[in-house]
Design a protein around this ligand. Structure first.
Ligand code: C5P
Length: 425
C-alpha cells in the first residue's frame, strides 16, 4: 500500500516561476492516495490561478489567515493539526526567512509554526539570491529546526537567464522525499507508540454496520464504513493490546494482528461479543447496530404485487447496554452518532447505558460516515473505584478537533489509557 494513502498533506505554494510545477506535484500526490490542501501565498497567485490547484486537489485553496468563512470550516490551528506533512514547493527566500525567524504574518508560515507535522521545503530562487549570505544563514537556521527537511535546490539554467543553484527540485524527486519522510514518520510513530501502555489488556471493538435480512435480496442496515472502529483497533494494537474486532460487513482490510470475527446481523454480533466478553478489559462499541430487525426473514423474494407492504420489526438487543450492565463490566465506551442535539443525546446515553465514556459525533448527508476525517466530543465519568467509593462522578468532556479518523483513534486510545488504565494500575 502506498505510504501516501489517506495521508493529509498541506502543499504550500509561494510566488516563483516554479509554481507551475506544483500543479504536477498535486496530481502525483493525489494519484498516490493523499488528500492535498493547497495553501498559496499572495504572491503565488501572481504566477498561478488558485482554480488550477482547486481543480486538481478537489479542495478550495486557502491563503488568507483571517478568512471568516474558511476559518468557520477548519480553522488554521485545526488545519495545522490535520496535516501529516507540510510541503512548501516552491519555497521562496522570503518564506524561508519568515519560517527561520518565526514571522507568522501569513497563513502558510502560521501553519508551519502551529504544526507538529514534518516540514519539507523545496527552495526555488535566482542563483544569486540563493547564494546570498542572508539566505544561507536562514538555511543554516532552518536545518537546525527539528522535523524540517530540504529538497533541492537543483543547479542549472534559470528562468532569468542565469545558471547556478536555485532551480526547484523536480516534482518526481519532491514526491520521493515526501514518501521517505512519511515512511520514517510512520515507523518512528509506530515505535514511539510501542509504549505498550495496553500490554496485557484485551480490547474488544465492534465496528461497521449490521444487516437485518428481510428476504434473500433485501435488508435493513445503517450507514457505516467501519473506518473509525478499524482505526481504533489499529491504535489499540499499537499500544500492545490484544484486540478482538467484531465487525459487520465493510470494504476494509482488518488490521494485521487483530483477531477478526465477521458477522452480519445484530444478533450474531451480540452472540460473538458475549462469547468473549469475560476476559475483556475494555469494550469499545463503534458499530452502527440496526435498532430493529424484521420479525421473521421471508424465505423467498417478496413480489411487488401489493400496493402497500407492512414489515413488522422487532427491537434488537442493545449489545453495549448489556455489556455495561454486567456485574464485572469492562471499561465500556460507546459512540453516539447524532444529526442534532449531540450533547444532550450523548449524555443521556452515557447515563442510561451505564457507560464510562461516550464519543459523540455529528452525522448527516456529508458528515461522519464514509469520510476519512471527523471530530469527536468525549464525555466521561471517572470509573468508580471500589476502594475509593467517595470519588466524585461529575461528567467531564473534551473535544477532539477535526482530524483524520486515524489521528482521532490514537487520541481516543490515549484518553482511555490516561483515564481508565494508568489510574487503575
Ligand atoms: O442507542 P444508540 O444506538 O444510539 O447507541 C449507540 C451506541 O450503542 C454505539 O456505541 C453502538 O455501537 C451501541 N449499540 C449497541 N447495540 C445496539 C445499539 C447500539 O451496541 N443494539
Amino acid at each position: 500500500m502506498s505510504v501516501f494513502k489517506n495521508k493529509n498533506i498541506i502543499l504550500g505554494v509561494c510566488g516563483g516561476i516554479a509554481a507551475y510545477k506544483s500543479a504536477e506535484l498535486v496530481r502525483l500526490m493525489i494519484r498516490q492516495g493523499a488528500q492535498v490542501q493547497v495553501v498559496m501565498t499572495q504572491s503565488a497567485k501572481e504566477f498561478m490561478a488558485p482554480l488550477t490547484f482547486q481543480a486538481l486537489s478537489g479542495r478550495e485553496v486557502r491563503s488568507e489567515l483571517f478568512d471568516l468563512n474558511a476559518e468557520a470550516g477548519m480553522g488554521h490551528i485545526e488545519l495545522a493539526r490535520w496535516a501529516d506533512l507540510i510541503v512548501i514547493a516552491p519555497a521562496t527566500a522570503n518564506t524561508l526567512a519568515k519560517i527561520a525567524h518565526g514571522i507568522a504574518d501569513d497563513l502558510l508560515v502560521t501553519l508551519c509554526l502551529a504544526t507538529k507535522a514534518p516540514l519539507l521545503v523545496a527552495p526555488a530562487m535566482n542563483q544569486q539570491m540563493w547564494r546570498n549570505e542572508s539566505t544561507q544563514m536562514n538555511i543554516e537556521l532552518l536545518s537546525r529546526r527539528q522535523g524540517l527537511s530540504l529538497c533541492g535546490p537543483d543547479a542549472g539554467e534559470q528562468a532569468c537567464g542565469d545558471t547556478g543553484p536555485g532551480r526547484m527540485a523536480e516534482p518526481d524527486n519532491i514526491l520521493k522525499s515526501c514518501g521517505n519522510l512519511l515512511k520514517s514518520c510512520t515507523e518512528s510513530h509506530e515505535s514511539a507508540h510501542k509504549g505498550l501502555r495496553l500490554k496485557g489488556k484485551q480490547v474488544l471493538i465492534t465496528a461497521g454496520p449490521t444487516i437485518e435480512d428481510i428476504d434473500p435480496v433485501r435488508y435493513i442496515s445503517n450507514r457505516s464504513s467501519g473506518k473509525m472502529g478499524y482505526a481504533i483497533a489499529q491504535a489499540a494494537l499499537d499500544e500492545g493490546a490484544k484486540v478482538i474486532l467484531v465487525s459487520g460487513p465493510t470494504a476494509l482490510d482488518a488490521p494485521q494482528n487483530a483477531e477478526l470475527f465477521l458477522v452480519r446481523s445484530a444478533r450474531q454480533m451480540y452472540d460473538t461479543v458475549f462469547q468473549r466478553i469475560d476476559s475483556v478489559d475494555i469494550f469499545i462499541a463503534t458499530a452502527a447496530v440496526a435498532d430493529y430487525r424484521p420479525i421473521k426473514k421471508i424465505d423467498k423474494k417478496i413480489k411487488k404485487n401489493a400496493d402497500k407492504l407492512t414489515i413488522e420489526l422487532v427491537k434488537n438487543p442493545d449489545i453495549l447496554k448489556d455489556v455495561a450492565a454486567l456485574l464485572n463490566k469492562p471499561v465500556s465506551i460507546g459512540f453516539a452518532a447524532e444529526t442534532n442535539d449531540i450533547e444532550s443525546y450523548a449524555l443521556d446515553k452515557l447515563q442510561r447505558k451505564n457507560l464510562d465514556m461516550i464519543a459523540a459525533n455529528k452525522v448527516g448527508e456529508t458528515e461522519g460516515f464514509e469520510g476519512d476525517n471527523n471530530e469527536l466530543h468525549l464525555f466521561w465519568r471517572p470509573r468508580v473505584n471500589k476502594r475509593k467509593s467517595h470519588k466524585k462522578t461529575e461528567i467531564s468532556s473534551k473535544k477532539l478537533p477535526y482530524a483524520s479518523k486515524k489521528q482521532l483513534a490514537e487520541q481516543l486510545i490515549d484518553e482511555i489509557v490516561l483515564l481508565f488504565v494508568t489510574e487503575a494500575n
